[in-house]
Design a protein around this ligand. Structure first.
Ligand SMILES: [Zn+2]
Length: 257
């Protein structure tokens, strides 16, 4: 009797292990709305993976995660670039709402302290030269990444310029596009300043942007300082949706190849 019971428990334990392994074998992404707004814990979704440390600019405690498809594409691009003596290293990757909010509030308080009379609207616009409001950042998506430096000057000469030129020439082959292209070259006319460092993995981000366009409105943009002015300054139309026309037309350009 004891022995039978023992076998029964072993069987139960094995079944539990098998079902656990099975449930772990598929990947989970957040619901689209939570995903595009950054309302998730990155560790809760198995499609978000840690980036190997050798591909990042290491800082203790800093989170480096990407959607697995974007990560694999970046790994391929990193190794191809190496063959041309170009080193591509991540400075920043996935950032959920709380992470983006920490960045936003630090800048907001700094600008408020510098000039207590400055309106929230003007502070918003000043931050949005380069940084996105929480709920409007492409970094929520796990498809977008900052590479090598976030200083414009870095990419204007020397090794930085070589790296930028390499990306402009080759990133498309790996599925990447530069959403914040120059504002005076006909590719877009408003929104964040030129970001040579920010690249997006289009096969997924293309779908997320189209979801954002169709489903997100100003009621969803809240929970941080200055959010009440988001509509007034057209955070969705002039920032989220005002990206490089080549990224907007990415699907067409792939289909026509
Ligand atoms: Zn970025």
């Amino acid at each position: 009797m004891m022995q039978k019971q023992f076998v029964f428990y072993i069987l139960l334990a094995t079944l539990a292990q098998v079902s656990f392994a099975f449930s772990n074998s598929s990947t989970y992404e957040p619901a689209y709305k939570d995903w595009v707004l950054g309302m998730y814990e990155p560790q809760d979704f198995s499609a978000f993976k840690n980036v190997p440390q050798n591909l990042t600019y290491y800082e203790p405690g800093k989170l480096y995660m990407l959607h697995q498809d974007a990560l694999h594409a970046f790994e391929r691009m990193h190794f191809e670039a190496k063959k041309d003596n170009v080193t591509l290293i991540l400075i920043s990757a996935l950032r959920n709402f709380p992470y983006q909010k920490r960045i936003w509030e630090t800048k907001f308080q700094q600008l408020k302290n510098d000039d207590p009379l400055k309106t929230d609207e003007l502070i918003d616009l000043e931050i949005m030269t380069y940084s996105a409001m929480p709920t409007t950042s492409r970094h929520h998506w796990g498809t977008d990444m900052d590479i090598n430096s976030v200083e414009p000057e870095y990419f204007e000469s020397g090794q930085g310029l070589i790296e930028y030129n390499w990306l402009k020439q080759n990133a498309k082959r790996f599925g990447f596009c530069q959403p914040y292209s120059p504002k005076n070259d006909g590719s877009r006319d408003r929104g964040y300043n030129l970001e040579q460092w920010h690249w997006s993995y289009m096969p997924i981000s293309y779908q997320l942007l189209s979801y954002y366009r169709d489903n997100i409105n100003y009621d969803d943009i809240q929970g941080f300082s200055g959010s009440q002015d988001a509509q007034k300054i057209h955070s969705i139309e002039d920032y989220v949706l005002s990206i490089n026309i080549q990224c907007l037309n990415w699907k067409k350009s792939i289909e026509s190849q």
